[in-house]
Ligand binder design. Structure first.
Ligand SMILES: Nc1nc(=O)c2c([nH]1)NC[C@@H]1CN(c3ccc(C(=O)N[C@@H](CCC(=O)O)C(=O)O)cc3)CN21
Ligand SMILES: O=c1ccn([C@H]2C[C@H](O)[C@@H](COP(=O)(O)O)O2)c(=O)[nH]1
Length: 335
């Protein structure tokens, strides 16, 4: 008997919701679970499914899909339908124009089908928010994900941090000014929450040639409704195996930090992709990940609420709780 079909469910059956029947089912499930837990031949997935049934009375088959399934579907879509092309830094299987979304109130969208190095994600986001473009800060925190693109002094040119916090504007007859898009964003959300102009863009055509890598997550917009803050990102180019899991978690974290700053609850993170691709040297890893079943989503704890500027958080102030993923899957980044 398949464990997932252990609870006989037929909504047409008038007995279906009878209390005694449910109690009986739950007792039988608990007994079966315990039996499985004792006999070491049960997979973790089976035990989880049974625990889930005991808690909710619902089989995973009838539940809404796990939010992470959208990512797994995107990964499979690249694998099965991506068009192979030789590009700047290797061959990829690419698609154009896709979208996924996460309700951040349901849990934090850190992938559970492989372990993410969450601290790297936190440190990288704080680095952007500091307006920093040199890898020294990343190195102080043991993060090396930008090393391949930095020059010998650690500089990356006017990348995300520069554009987010001090976009150079020379347009006013040579009178120079810096534009702090993040400060404008939080001020805008406080002053006119329902405004339609809450946009930050890292795509600065005048600076592209100076950047070590043109921005991939290049424009995002915030939206407020029902006291909840949502964010929509446009990512022009997306490395579905290595980059996208980082980008999802990074923007989910950004929504939490901005929501705290402006006094709102978190809403949705909507993620739109231009060119989304699987590098050919990630195909095996993608197959491995697609054999795995998502686990319960973790949640985020921000252990400090008294910062004047969002850039003042320390990595240790931001903690992912109840994160119990499948093991990491190693892959080479194509520079
Ligand atoms: N080809 C490519 N893909 C990217 O995702 C990417 C770039 N280039 N260039 C700029 C940044 C750097 N990013 C990176 C770079 C490396 C990893 C990476 O190697 N991740 C590993 C472990 C990272 C760690 O231990 O901190 C992983 O398994 O996720 C992730 C994102 C995202 N970006
Ligand atoms: O946050 C990021 C940064 C980069 N990427 C990926 C997307 C591409 O695979 C490369 C960039 O190469 P381009 O030739 O400039 O498109 O980096 C990502 O997924 N996420």
């Amino acid at each position: 008997m398949r464990p997932n079909s252990f609870v006989a469910r037929d909504p047409a059956d008038p007995e279906h919701w009878s209390r005694s029947r449910l109690v009986g089912e739950v007792q039988a499930l608990r007994a079966r679970r315990d039996e499985l837990l004792r006999g070491a031949n049960a997979s973790v997935e089976t035990i989880r499914a049974l625990r889930h049934q005991c808690r909710t009375g619902r089989t995973p088959d009838t539940d809404p899909p796990h939010p992470e399934q959208q990512y797994l579907d995107l990964l499979r879509d690249c694998l099965e339908n991506g068009v192979y092309r030789e590009g700047r830094n290797g061959g990829t299987f690419g698609l154009f124009g896709r979208q996924i979304r996460f309700d951040l109130s349901q849990g934090f969208p850190a992938l559970t089908t492989k372990r993410l190095h969450f601290r790297s994600i936190v440190v990288e986001l704080l680095w952007f928010l500091r307006g920093d473009t040199n890898t020294a800060f990343l190195h102080e925190h043991g993060v090396t994900i930008w090393d391949e693109w930095a020059d010998e002094t650690g500089e990356l040119g006017p990348v995300y941090g520069k554009q987010w916090r001090s976009w150079s504007d020379y347009s006013n007859h040579g009178n120079f000014r810096d534009i702090d898009q993040v400060a404008n964003l939080t001020a805008g959300l406080k002053n006119d929450p329902y405004g339609r102009r809450h946009i930050v863009t890292a795509w600065n055509p005048a600076d592209i040639d100076e950047m070590a890598l043109p921005p991939c997550h290049c424009l995002f917009q915030f939206f407020v409704a029902d006291e909840k803050l949502s964010c929509h990102l446009y990512q022009r180019s997306a490395d579905v195996f290595l980059g996208v899991p980082f980008n999802i978690a990074s923007y989910a974290l950004l929504v939490h930090l901005i929501a705290l700053e402006v006094g709102l609850e978190v809403g949705e993170f909507v993620h739109s992709f231009g060119d989304v691709h699987l590098y050919e040297n990630h195909v095996e890893q993608a197959h491995e990940q697609l054999t795995r079943t998502p686990r319960a989503m973790p949640f985020l704890h921000i252990a400090r609420h008294d910062v004047d500027d969002i850039a003042q958080y320390q990595p240790r102030n931001i903690v992912l709780c109840d994160y119990d993923p499948h093991p990491a899957i190693r892959a080479e980044v194509s520079a």
